[in-house]
Design a protein around this ligand. Structure first.
Ligand SMILES: Cc1ncc(COP(=O)(O)O)c(C=O)c1O
Length: 426
């Protein structure tokens, strides 16, 4: 008997314009390395996320590596990072000889717990040596508590780098303060950047009053994650909400940082007619062809967010009567993209654990994945220091990511639901 078609966790979903941009790259022979599609993709990306400057790169990992170099990370220095994440958030710290220190999650968002970050910063300040940077990860399409983390980084003068690889399209709400919204002639920007982050209010913001506002008398605006820290990174890996098959973006308000990133990403070529190098460089730029795909994908980003949120709502409705199943909460400070719909399974109440459900789905040719195994539990990082860790461990032990692609049909979601309900005996 032939198997049912495979349902993937999150597969690429092309729109209608990608091919035209790629065709343009071919027609003009701008195949590689850089070219007009890259320039346009950077500008259009800036417009979408509300950042001033961006460098299109070969991956999100490359973007994070350059961000750490630009933050001045030196061998032996510490970098604080969310423990509940993918290893790519941490590996670049080690590329530079840095020492990762892991910070546990809070339950409200599954992202970095600001109170633990505060304790970690206070302990290092007491010892007289602060970390070179904080890497704040926005997991599974959901913003961390950015304002709290940014305030701490500001207070301690530590560079904030936002890893928004999984959170393109998410929104972070902040109170509207009309007189401070204009970016033109904003003198506070440079001052804010001297510290770890910049104020969410010191830049152009998108009003977003359709969002449900609980108990907030003033209108709210929303901004993109990745744009508040000194630098932010995004990924266009094949499983992300939009993809260039592989690629990443580094964003910052500081043009000098982005210029330097572009320089380092193209083998650090000093200006000279011959090849002259006074620094070690990298081959990290995005190709013109892939940038064409990215331009097309940007045009359907909002539709992709809506589709993924619809998937999550479908699962929520379908599991509403199941005991022992909880969804990743949507924190009140933002709109998650629900890049992946994640559930927690309580074996005592559901009757089976996360692995039993995952394996039942696998038997039906359906891909589901455990929530990220925390970095402090990874053999390669077992020696690293950490603050907390129990919350991330619990989320890993009970968490499962369900198929969440924006190209899934309702019949696909229904197949997933059927298997989970069958495991639960319903
Ligand atoms: C949280 C996080 N950070 C960084 C990355 C790295 O991005 P890339 O695969 O584009 O290198 C990813 C995804 O792959 C990720 O999920």
């Amino acid at each position: 008997m032939s198997k049912s078609p495979r349902i993937y966790l999150s597969s690429p979903h092309m729109g209608t314009d990608e091919f035209e941009f790629v065709r343009e790259a071919f027609a003009t022979n701008w195949i590689a390395p850089l070219g007009p599609q890259v320039d346009a993709f950077e500008q259009e990306f800036c417009a979408v996320v509300g950042s001033r400057h961006a460098a299109a790169l070969s991956s999100g990992t490359a973007a994070l590596h350059l961000a750490l170099k630009l933050a001045g990370l030196k061998p032996g220095a510490e970098v604080f990072c969310s423990t509940l994440t993918f290893s790519a958030s941490v590996n670049p710290i080690v590329y530079e000889g840095g020492r990762p220190v892991f910070i546990d999650s809070e339950r409200l968002s599954w992202n970095m717990d600001p109170s633990l970050l505060e304790a970690a910063l206070a302990s290092r300040a007491a010892g007289g040596i602060l970390p070179a940077a904080v890497i704040l990860v926005h997991l599974y399409g959901q913003c961390a508590n950015i304002a709290a983390v940014a305030e701490l980084c500001e207070r301690y003068g530590v560079v904030l780098i936002e890893d928004a690889a999984e959170a393109l399209g998410a929104r972070y709400f902040t109170a509207a303060q009309a007189p401070q919204l204009s970016i033109a002639g904003d003198q506070s920007l440079g001052a804010a950047q001297a510290g770890g982050s910049r104020s969410p209010r010191s830049r152009e913001l998108v009003t977003d009053n359709q969002e449900p506002i609980t108990g907030a008398p003033t209108p709210r605006v929303s901004i993109s994650p990745g744009t508040i820290g000194r630098m932010g990174i995004f990924s266009f890996n094949g499983n992300k909400i939009i993809t260039t098959s592989g690629g990443g973006m580094l964003v910052s308000e500081d043009e000098t940082l982005i210029r330097k990133a572009r320089f380092l990403a193209t083998q650090a070529r000093d200006p000279a007619p011959h090849y002259e190098h006074s620094e070690i460089g990298y081959n990290y730029r995005m190709s013109n062809v892939l940038a064409g795909i990215g331009r097309g994908q940007l045009r359907v980003l909002e539709a992709r967010v809506e589709a993924r949120r619809r998937n999550c709502a479908f699962y929520q409705q379908a599991f509403s009567d199941l005991p022992g199943i909880e969804f990743m909460p949507e924190a009140p400070w933002g709109r998650s993209t629900r890049w992946l719909t994640c559930i927690l399974i309580d074996p005592a109440r559901f009757g089976f654990d996360r692995e039993a459900v995952r394996m039942a789905l696998a038997a039906e040719n359906i891909e589901a994945r455990p929530v990220w195994k925390p970095m402090h539990r990874q053999p390669v990082f077992a020696h690293c220091d950490r603050f907390g860790g129990d919350v991330a461990e619990d989320l890993f032990n009970r968490g499962l990511c369900l198929p969440s692609g924006s190209n899934l049909a309702e019949a696909d979601l229904a197949r997933v639901v059927d298997v989970v309900r069958r495991v639960g005996g319903l």
